[in-house]
Ligand binder design. Structure first.
Ligand code: NAD
Length: 337
């Protein structure tokens, strides 16, 4: 079977995870990754066997560092069927013209504005919209986490209104520049936050408001979700719906923090302690007077990774049925182990 050729532009937190996830699939392969600086991640990429590309102005610095470069980013785009842009937020937009010129299909990440591509993507909610598409944005870690809960509850019970409070991690574990170190930062002060409208790029029919606070932690985001239902239901109904979703992990056994979830990821042998699934605290689920209350934790570094894999399959028409794609991706990654 000929494998689809995938390149990753921007081999950082998300890019390196997407590259490794692509490598695990039977129907696609990584044919190049790009870095702007010859740092430790670039060195490890080469050690892992990825062909390394860079910007024309950076080739010399890689050579000086003794790292073999296979060509420029433009050279890399010419050998692939699709590029996954994992450059930092708001940088991806500057690559659009280059992708258009070369005529390659492109996926951007949630750090870009929704206007970068005509389609914003979630594997369960709108896979079919991305089928055969040329330009798609996989929404952010927080929006992906919200979609995975709101979509099935709306389909099965009906949602009148969602209110979501997001306690966001201040930075990723390897990030030495972000914060806060000792504060809770309103992000933004003016309400609501952009997360509700971002969910509406996938599910425009959902009435949702959101607010967000940045906290001094690197492990995960924590969501407090409140939703008004259309129909009568109880907490058991909600648990039954959520525990049968392909990318939701019910958290039990006395776990009451993001730190313990990450420890659990380490204990079950997850690479980079990644938790690709939403981690829903089962005992937090309560339904009172037709309203849901619940907590979930979202591993910001990894939850969008399986969505990128499904998005590749949809755009390259490798699989028409989203359930089958989700199943293939989950199996290859070991999701729900
Ligand atoms: P990152 O800073 O960890 O990695 C970005 C990589 O791109 C770095 O390796 C950098 O060297 C490289 N780069 C920078 N400019 C480049 C250019 N012009 N060409 C090629 N490579 C370039 O960023 P990240 O956290 O992986 O974020 C990538 C995207 O994913 C952003 O849109 C972000 O909003 C989104 N995202 C991030 C997270 C997260 O928690 N980190 C979660 C979900 C989505």
């Amino acid at each position: 079977m000929t494998k689809a050729k995938v390149v990753i532009n921007g081999y950082g937190t998300i890019g390196k995870r997407v590259a490794d996830a692509v490598s695990l699939q039977e129907d696609m392969e990584v044919v190049g990754v790009s870095k702007t600086r010859p740092n430790f991640e670039a060195k490890i990429a080469v050690e892992k066997g990825y062909d390394l590309y860079t910007l024309p102005e950076s080739v010399e610095s890689f050579e000086k560092a003794g790292l073999k470069v296979s060509g420029t980013v433009e050279d890399m785009l010419k050998i692939a069927d699709i590029v996954i842009d994992c450059t930092p937020g708001k940088v991806g937009i500057s690559n659009k013209e280059m992708y258009d010129k070369i005529g390659i299909k492109a996926i951007w990440q949630g750090g870009e504005g929704s206007d970068i591509a005509p389609i914003s993507f979630n594997s369960e909610a709108n896979y079919e919209k991305a089928y055969g598409a040329d330009r798609v944005r996989v929404v952010s870690c927080n929006t992906t986490g919200l979609c995975r809960v709101v979509y099935p509850l709306d389909k099965k019970i009906g949602i009148k209104k969602v209110r979501a409070t997001l306690i966001r991690r201040g930075g990723d574990p390897g990030d030495i520049k972000s914060g806060p170190i000792d504060a809770l930062v309103l992000d933004p002060v003016k309400l609501p936050s952009h997360h509700g409208p971002d969910l509406n790029t996938i599910m425009p029919e959902i009435n949702i408001t959101s607010c967000a606070i940045k906290a001094p932690t690197t492990f995960m985001h924590l969501h407090i979700i409140n939703a008004e239902f259309e129909k009568d239901c109880n907490s058991e109904d909600v648990i039954e719906i959520l525990k049968n979703r392909p990318r939701i992990r019910m958290i039990k056994d006395g776990i009451k923090s993001t730190a313990e979830i990450i420890e659990c990821a380490r204990d079950i042998g997850r690479s980079r302690n990644d938790m690709w699934e939403n981690c829903v605290f089962e005992d937090s689920i309560a339904v009172e007077d037709g309203e849901l209350y619940m907590f979930q934790a979202i591993h910001q570094e990894s939850d969008v990774v399986p969505e990128n894999i499904d998005c590749i399959r949809a755009m390259l028409k490798l699989e028409k049925d989203n359930k089958k794609s989700i199943e293939k991706t989950n199996k290859a990654l070991g999701i729900n182990n």
